[in-house]
Design a protein around this ligand. Structure first.
Ligand code: AMP
Ligand code: GLY
Length: 422
C-alpha cells in the first residue's frame, strides 16, 4: 500500500505516526517532510500547494490513499484534482472546504441551517463595519473572512480597537483574506474542538479536545495557531456530543449536501460551550493542530480503515473509532517571536523520551545530520497517561528537556481541566 501525506507540520507528523502503526508494511510519501517525518517516509519535493504537479505524481505512482493535512491545498482544489486523476483522497473538495476558507460562507450556511453561532455581519466597507461594531458594543470579534493561519480573528475589548482592526484588515493587513471582514458577537464560555469523520450526511465524532490559542500563560496575548491541547475534556458528556451532532454537525452536513457541495473528510467544529449550550466559533475542513497530536495517541482503533472507506466513497468504515481510557496532553514549543516574526536555523536538542511520550515535529528540518528550527511552532510533545495530572506534568517536563535558542512554551496547558479536577 502506498500512502501520500500532503503537508509537513505537527498534525501531519501525527497522522504519519498513526497511519504507520495502522499499516506497518505500507510505503509512505510526504511533501517536503519536516525533520521528524523524514526517517519514516520518502520525501517528495513538490510544494503542498502545487495541486497539478502533486495530483499528476500521485496518479502516476498509483497512490492508494492521499491524505491532505492543511487547509491551503484543500481550498486550492487538491482533493478535486486527485479525485479527477483517480487517486483515492481523504479531504473535501474546494467547494466544501469553503466552510473554513470563507468565514462569510460558513456563517451564511449556519444561518440558513439554523445552527447556533454568534450574531454577525459581513462587511467590505470600513464605514459600514464601524457602524455595526458600534451597534454591537464591546467586546466584539473582528475576523478576516479568508484563510489567515489561525491568526485572523481578533477579540477586541473596546469599540475603537475593533474599528481600527476592521479598517486595517480591509486595508490589506491580511492580504486578500481580509477583503471581507466578519464582525461578530463575542461569546462567553469554554472552547471545545470536536473532530468528526464525515462523508456526505454520515459522520462519527472522535474524542473531544481543547486547544490553547493564545501565546501567553493564563490565555493572554495574541492568538496563535495553537500552543497546546489535551484530550479528553472533563465536562464533555455523551449528551453534549449528541447535542453537537444533532444541532450543529448534522444540519451543516445536510445543508452542504443539499447545496451540491457535500463534505468528505474531517469536519472540525470549533465550539464555545455557552450558558445557552454549544455554539459554533468556526468550522475547519481538516484535522486541528495541535489537537490532533493529543487525540491520535489515544485512538486504539485504526484511522486508516475509516479514512480509506471515506476516500473510496464507501461511508465511514466498518468499526466506529475506539479510544483508550486516560488522557493526553500536548505542549507546543515555539520559536521566540512567534506568532510574529521569528528566527530559523537554531540547532535543536531532544533527549531520549519515555515510550508514552511522543515528540511530533512541526517547524524542524535536517541540516545535514543536524536538526534545526524552520518554523514558528517547532515541536509538539504529547504525554499520555492513565491519569490527566501525570500526563500534564510529563508533557511539561518533556518540553523542558528539549532545548533550542529562543524556545518558548506554555507551562499551563490543561489549566482549566486541572482546576476542574481540584
Ligand atoms: P477563529 O479564527 O474563528 O477560530 O477564532 C480564533 C479564536 O478567537 C477562537 O478560538 C476564540 O478563542 C476566539 N473567538 C473567535 N470568535 C469568537 C467569538 N465570537 N466569541 C468569542 N471568542 C471568539
Ligand atoms: N488548533 C486550531 C486549528 O487547527 O485551527
Amino acid at each position: 500500500m502506498r500512502i501520500l501525506i500532503v503537508g509537513n507540520g505537527g498534525r501531519e507528523h501525527a497522522l504519519l505516526w498513526k497511519l504507520r502503526r495502522d499499516a506497518p508494511a505500507a510505503t509512505f510519501f510526504a511533501t517536503r517532510p519536516n525533520g521528524g517525518m523524514a526517517d519514516a517516509c520518502t520525501a517528495l519535493d513538490i510544494a503542498p500547494t502545487d495541486v497539478v504537479a502533486l495530483a499528476g505524481w500521485a496518479a502516476a505512482r498509483r497512490i492508494d490513499l492521499a491524505v491532505i493535512g492543511p487547509e491551503g491545498p484543500l481550498a486550492a482544489g487538491m482533493a478535486d484534482r486527485m479525485r479527477q486523476s483517480g487517486v483515492p483522497v481523504f479531504g473535501p473538495s474546494a467547494a466544501a472546504a469553503r466552510i473554513e476558507s470563507s468565514k462569510a460562507y460558513a456563517k451564511d450556511l449556519m444561518a440558513a441551517a439554523d445552527v447556533p453561532t454568534a450574531a454577525y455581519e459581513v462587511h467590505t466597507d470600513p464605514e459600514a463595519a464601524a457602524a455595526y461594531i458600534e451597534a454591537c458594543g464591546a467586546p466584539v470579534v473582528v475576523k478576516a473572512s479568508g484563510l489567515a493561519a489561525g491568526k485572523g480573528a481578533v477579540v477586541c475589548e473596546t469599540v475603537p480597537e475593533a474599528v481600527r482592526t476592521a479598517r486595517s484588515m480591509l486595508a490589506g493587513a491580511f492580504g486578500n483574506a481580509g477583503s471581507k471582514v466578519v464582525v461578530e458577537e463575542c461569546m462567553e464560555g469554554e472552547e471545545l474542538s470536536v473532530f468528526c469523520l464525515a462523508h456526505g450526511e454520515e459522520f462519527v465524532p472522535l474524542l473531544s479536545s481543547q486547544d490553547h490559542k493564545r501565546i501567553g500563560e493564563g490565555d493572554t496575548g495574541p492568538n496563535t495557531g495553537g500552543m497546546g491541547a489535551y484530550a479528553p475534556v472533563g465536562f464533555v458528556t455523551d449528551a453534549l456530543i449528541d447535542e453537537v451532532g444533532e444541532r450543529i454537525v448534522a444540519p451543516v452536513l445536510r445543508a452542504m449536501a443539499e447545496s451540491g457541495s457535500p463534505f468528505s473528510g474531517l469536519l472540525y467544529a470549533g465550539l464555545m460551550i455557552t450558558a445557552d449550550g454549544p455554539r459554533v466559533v468556526e468550522f475547519n475542513c481538516r484535522f486541528g493542530d495541535p489537537e490532533t497530536q493529543a487525540v491520535l495517541p489515544l485512538l486504539d482503533s485504526s484511522l486508516l480503515e475509516p479514512m480509506m472507506a471515506i476516500a473510496e466513497g464507501g461511508g465511514l468504515g466498518a468499526q466506529p473509532p475506539v479510544f483508550r481510557d486516560g488522557a493526553a496532553v500536548t505542549t507546543v514549543l515555539a520559536a521566540e517571536g512567534y506568532p510574529g516574526a521569528y528566527p530559523k536555523g537554531a540547532p535543536i536538542s531532544i533527549p531520549a523520551m519515555d515510550a508514552d511520550v511522543e515528540v511530533f515535529h512541526a517547524g524542524t528540518r535536517l541540516d545535514g545530520d543536524e536538526l534545526v528550527t524552520s518554523g514558528g511552532r517547532v515541536l509538539a510533545v504529547t504525554a499520555t497517561d492513565r491519569d490527566f495530572r501525570h500526563a500534564r506534568r510529563r508533557s511539561r517536563e518533556a518540553a523542558e528537556a528539549i532545548t533550542f535558542a529562543g524556545r518558548r512554551f506554555r507551562r499551563d496547558i490543561g489549566w482549566r481541566e486541572a482546576e476542574r479536577r481540584e
